[in-house]
Design a protein around this ligand. Structure first.
Ligand code: KG4
Ligand code: ZN
Length: 340
């Protein structure tokens, strides 16, 4: 897949609430820097205007940090890859303008990356640690705070969306469920933590009946809210007392929806490799159960290392490398695309 040409690619990610930069030298990660935004926790979700302001503050130091850790001067870069979308307009604008200016200043190619595809390409990130990579074609379940998709991946640049969520993203379902329990944003990791030791069968939540490979989480979300509200009405303090079982039940329902569809798609397309990517693939129940599913079916399961599951710039640089090698560079007039 490699052209054999030496490449030094800077990846920049600013689609939501992480400002990130990474350097890939000849296809291997040399640095992967990230600045999160604690500020949204107090608001129970990402506030777009605050996100843009934080990106403005972070972008220069984060890129400088990535270059320094990689031992690379900006003059050594051969291309700049950035997240063009989807995401928050004001947030994307910061990364886009920075990447455009840098590429123009250095006279090097600019590469526009689709954030959701980049999550899938995180499986191909090389960082010196040996890991098996998925064999094409494979089915990837892309699950994050903004997206939930089942994708047939035929090659790095050829992906077919088989199904998506009809309403909330899986990460949103975790975050909204967590909010009902009074847990801070982002709630997914908190639900994961509190679910350990909880009984996943304690509270029955409905399994949506959705055709094909599409998914829906709004029924589970509403049913979960109703269980908590009813419990609180009848015995105040219920949400806190029953937190472990509530979190485990919510988590299991979301994981069941995801894995049933993944199993259906993999069987339908006769693939031998299945994979997950995106922030929700950090979820411990999902990670364990995709492995169990693969073992049962005789498939191979692939899960990116934790640092490449949630938003990061190594995946943007990796996607950028595939595009660069295919000669797919972008014009300096490229604008963000909030809805891809
Ligand atoms: O991919 P990502 O970092 O950002 C987006 O592109 O959206 O995903 C963030 C989402 C959030 O909804 C967060 O709650 C969820 O991933 N998440 C988790 C876990 N870690 C992150 N959800 C469940 N369990 C986790 N351990
Ligand atoms: Zn993401």
């Amino acid at each position: 897949m490699s052209s054999g040409k030496s490449s030094v690619i800077l990846g920049i990610e600013s689609s939501c609430d992480e400002t990130a930069a990474a350097v890939l030298v000849d296809g291997v990660v040399r640095s992967n820097s990230i600045a999160g935004q604690e500020i949204h926790s107090a608001w129970g979700g990402v506030v777009p205007e605050l996100a843009s302001r934080a990106h403005q503050e972070h972008i220069v130091p984060v890129v400088a940090d990535a270059l320094e850790r990689a031992g690379i001067r900006k003059e050594d870069l051969t291309a700049v890859a950035f997240t063009q979308g989807p995401g928050l307009m004001g947030a994307l604008l910061v990364g886009t303008c920075f990447a455009r200016s840098l590429a123009q200043g250095l006279g090097i190619p600019l590469i526009a990356v689709d954030h959701v595809r980049a999550h899938v390409l995180a499986h191909f990130i090389r960082d010196g640690v040996e890991r098996p990579v998925p064999q094409f074609p494979f089915i990837n379940l892309t699950v994050s705070g903004g997206h939930t998709q089942l994708v047939l991946v035929k090659s790095p640049l050829d992906m077919v969306i088989l199904g998506s969520t009809l309403d909330d993203a899986a990460g949103e379902a975790f975050d909204k469920g967590a909010k009902v329990l009074g847990l801070p944003y982002p709630g997914g990791p908190m639900v994961d933590r509190h679910a350990r030791g909880g009984d996943p069968k304690r509270f029955k939540l409905p399994m949506p009946q959705v055709e094909g490979f599409d998914m829906s989480f709004s029924g589970v979300k509403t049913a979960f809210r109703n269980v908590v509200m009813k419990g609180e009405r009848e015995e105040p303090g219920f949400a806190l007392r029953e937190r472990a079982d509530l979190c485990a039940s919510l988590q299991q329902s979301i994981v069941d929806i995801l894995l049933r569809k993944l199993q259906k798609a993999a069987r339908h397309h006769g693939v031998g490799h299945i994979a997950i990517a995106g922030g929700v693939s950090a979820n411990s129940a999902l990670r364990n159960q995709i492995q169990t599913l693969a073992d049962r079916e005789g498939w191979q399961a692939h899960i990116p290392p934790f640092a490449y599951c949630t938003d990061n710039a190594a995946m943007i640089a990796q996607a950028g490398l595939f595009l660069y090698e295919a000669g797919r560079t972008a014009g300096l007039d490229t604008v963000p695309v909030p809805r891809w």
